[in-house]
Design a protein around this ligand. Structure first.
Ligand SMILES: C[S@@+](CC[C@H](N)C(=O)[O-])C[C@H]1O[C@@H](n2cnc3c(N)ncnc32)[C@H](O)[C@@H]1O
Length: 555
């Protein structure tokens, strides 16, 4: 856990200013300054702002003079590039945890590539079979009014060229790739409607060449539909490029009704990937994306989000990154054979049972080896073994009708086969917690508290700092400890020092939960959870006070 600092934001800011002016403004040796003019007097500049590297000064005097206005624009991050990772954002000064770096609206949004029926006007799911269609292009809508929504107007006349109605989905059914063309058409429309956004679109990394080479079905069908059926007046290369850019840069978000849609953002798209992210994304209720640091970040460190989900095993993360983003992840977690001490993807050695097998490299098709008895297993064997266990425990009803004792026995059995931080353990623990919620015995409360605490310690490694998910797990762990303490106290068997200790831990977790969830943008779905965490802090502290006064009664 990172230190929370305890500075007020204004104190932290003023600290940045001083450091910024006194220590960070020396221009790097190789920087060309001849072509730059001082941002104040226009004469030749010798210094660059160390914060954003975008404003130049003839000397410190003018830099100090300019800071009053420049500080509002001086960005805490900047864009750099490398041959291996392309362009990406790095911290341009030390960032404290929980700092909002920027908020921005999408360049464009639209349905996910393969989607169930969704309205092209408001992006809400279309229910039932008797839905209206746009009178011009015949695509399904949730209401006739949505035909005239500004977002649907972008593509409607182009879609209407499909007079044989090959594109519009005919009825409710499984998710269809026909929706893949919608965001593509919207992004292609930027060319004539919003030239500077079109430049941004063309600047995005596109893996179109890979898709074409692999004859990717969705990519091929969509590009052919746009070119050959809709007869869009654009060369095929540009259509391929933009479709590839959308695939590599769009982010899945939730529409107001919870439907999955996707959006491309001008700056968020510059965030590279790591399997343990250090920045956190949240949608605001106005539809902007807020980018916030999850942990404190040193100057020069890249800013990372996780493209795959932090709780997938090693091979699933690598497969997604390889197949969709075309790179091999070499982050701290993927290059550490213990995955930061969690052994998240590895089983116990089947021969000596004293160690966990470790991948010999982080690529697929590796071998896994025990560093005690040197037993080896192939990647395929390991994945199959883990998958078998996972299938048993990923079913929703795996623990239904089971007693607390039976649930505990099944979890113990997993812990004898895998590390207690393995993802099979996580899958099972989540299913067990859903079931235990409905069982109100002391035994159940005890197991709940134990599982939540272990889950929290795992998540604190996989997704450290101020992520919303970690906030929710802190809240649940705090509540579980509080409930356990109340129940023990009511039963009359409680040992007060032990109870006090447990309540103190609960209060710490709940306070942190309230802090993390309180950082979510106003009006977001997490706002009620922040209030709930705050209420539980009060309950826990009252309980503690009464316990210390000796006249205890649990609420
Ligand atoms: C959303 S873009 C990120 C910005 C991108 N680097 C650029 O140059 O525009 C995703 C692409 O960036 C590259 N990328 C992202 N994270 C990476 C990493 N950790 N290592 C190597 N390449 C990475 C991959 O090409 C990926 O498909």
């Amino acid at each position: 856990m990172k230190d929370k600092g305890g500075h007020s934001s204004s104190a932290a800011d003023s600290h940045h200013h001083c450091k910024h002016l006194d220590a960070e403004v020396e221009i790097p040796k190789n920087t060309m300054v001849a072509s730059h003019a001082c941002g104040v007097c226009g004469t030749e500049a010798a210094l660059v702002c160390g914060g954003c590297s975008s404003v130049f000064y003839c000397g410190k005097e003018h830099q100090k003079q300019h800071w009053g206005s420049h500080r509002k624009e001086c960005l805490p991050y900047k864009v750099v590039a490398s041959p291996e990772a392309g362009k990406y954002l790095i911290a341009s000064r030390r960032l404290r945890e929980g700092q909002v770096l920027f908020q921005e609206f999408p360049l464009m949004m639209g349905p996910v590539s393969v989607s169930p029926l969704v309205c092209l006007g408001c992006h809400c799911a279309i229910e039932g079979t008797d839905f209206p269609r746009c009178p011009e292009c015949h695509w399904p809508l949730c209401s006739s009014a949505c035909a005239s929504s500004s977002v649907h107007r972008i593509e409607c006349s182009v879609l209407a060229a499909d007079t044989r109605r090959i594109g519009p989905p005919t009825s409710q059914g499984p998710p269809t790739l026909r929706y893949d063309s919608i965001l593509l058409l919207r992004c292609l429309s930027l060319r004539s409607n919003r030239p500077s956004d079109w430049e941004t679109m063309l600047d995005m990394v596109s893996h179109a060449g890979h898709y074409q080479k692999a004859q990717d079905t969705v990519h091929t069908v969509t590009v052919r539909y746009v070119k050959e059926v809709l007869k869009l007046d654009l060369d095929s290369d540009t259509i391929h490029q933009v479709r590839g850019a959308i695939a590599a840069n769009s982010i899945e978000i939730r529409n107001v009704d919870g439907t999955k849609i996707r959006a491309v953002y001008p700056r968020v798209r510059l965030l590279n990937h790591a399997c343990t992210p250090n920045v956190h994304l949240t949608s605001t209720k106005e539809g902007a994306m807020e980018v916030r640091t999850a942990v404190s970040i040193d100057k020069g460190e890249p800013l990372y989000i996780c493209y795959t989900g932090t709780t997938l095993p090693l091979w699933d993360r690598q497969r997604i990154l390889n197949d969709m983003y075309f790179f091999r992840c070499e982050c701290n977690r993927c290059t550490d054979p213990t995955e930061l001490g969690t052994h998240y993807s590895s089983p116990k050695c089947p021969e000596c049972s004293s160690r966990y097998l470790k991948p010999q490299s982080w690529v697929n098709q590796t071998t896994w080896e025990c560093d005690n008895c040197r037993t080896e297993r192939s990647d395929t064997e390991i994945q199959e073994h883990v998958r078998e266990w996972e299938e048993r425990f990923s079913m929703d009803d795996v623990f239904s009708q089971k007693s607390v004792k039976q649930i505990k026995k099944m979890i113990d059995c997993i812990e004898s086969e895998f590390h207690a931080r393995h993802h099979v353990w996580l899958t099972a623990a989540q299913a067990a917690l859903r079931e235990l919620k409905a069982i109100d015995t002391e035994h159940s409360l005890h197991l709940r508290a134990e599982l939540w605490a272990k889950l929290l310690s795992l998540l604190s490694v996989l997704e450290p700092g101020l992520s919303r998910r970690r906030g929710i797990v802190l809240l649940e762990t705090g509540i579980a400890l509080l409930d356990e303490a109340k129940s023990e106290h009511e039963s009359g068997n409680a040992f007060v020092p032990q109870l006090t200790e447990r309540l103190q831990v609960a209060a710490t977790h709940l306070k942190e939960a309230a802090h993390i969830l309180g950082l979510e943008p106003p009006g977001s779905q997490s706002a009620p959870l922040a209030s709930k965490a705050q209420e539980k802090v009060v309950t826990t502290e009252n309980f503690l006070t009464r316990l210390q006064e000796g006249g205890v009664r649990a609420e």
